[in-house]
Design a protein around this ligand. Sequence first.
Ligand code: ATR
Length: 275
Amino acid sequence: MTRKAFVIGHPIAHSRSPLIHGTWFAQYGIDGSYEAIDVAPDALPDFFNRLRGGEFAGGNVTIPHKEAVFALCDSVDDLAKTIGAVNTLVVREGKVHGYNTDYLGFLGNLDDKAPGWDKDLKAALVIGAGGAARAILVALQSRNIPIILANRTRRSADALASMLGGKISLCELDEINCAAPLAGLVVNTTSVGMHGTRFENFDLNVLGSDTTVTDIVYSPLVTPLLADAQAAGLKTVDGLGMLLHQAVPGFADWFGVRPTVTPELRARIEATLDH
Ligand code: ATR
């Protein structure tokens, strides 16, 4: 019998996840399906009832449902609670279990594209203090990396740092050039870069020559931040790999095969992006 999975969001038409999972079905010869389903916020409880009926092995959750599904899941793992978001669901014996793979996607991307990136890393500069930042801070803390957190709104950064605890120092976004030289890794977790925008006052020439710069924005693939970093001679890692790697654990749970992120998969998804 065909095993079924899904991604729910609202809207959902733009999702690349069906193409990612479809590529793996073909590669591993799996009789599976993965469909994008538009679920409006007020239809979520009904969708969860449908899930408990056993139609699906599980699925992914994207904007705007990553927080709302908490209350609907029968259990949520501790890391997802710390991150404050669920992006993956598994259905077992009529119960829906939620977890979060975004932090694994972030780490998997860097491990793949910048092997050894965390070795002797003195600090990571993280820009932004929203939901995406939270998963990335948890990921960096799992590797014991000290964090410098820069956000436009200081209050949000304060709240996030005190909630997570650990080694997080704060820096004003307009003083980023003072803190940046201490960082061996720079991560943009904001939407800045999506429409040709950049952090206008961030001078990438202050960074050490062995600094890696990464962005969670993957459309465009080379954001202005990454283009500026390349022009400054720095190593860059684009955000597409995070999307690909975050999909791995769900596929493994639903279909019983742990898939790999290959250059062919990447090329296939890259072909669908703006450049
Ligand atoms: P997500 O859940 O995708 O991370 P979010 O919670 O809305 O989205 O967070 C967006 C982050 O991007 C925030 O840190 C936001 O900064 P503020 O806390 O000051 O709002 C940051 N951000 C968005 N647009 C920005 C801009 N033009 N310049 C600087 N930071 C920006």
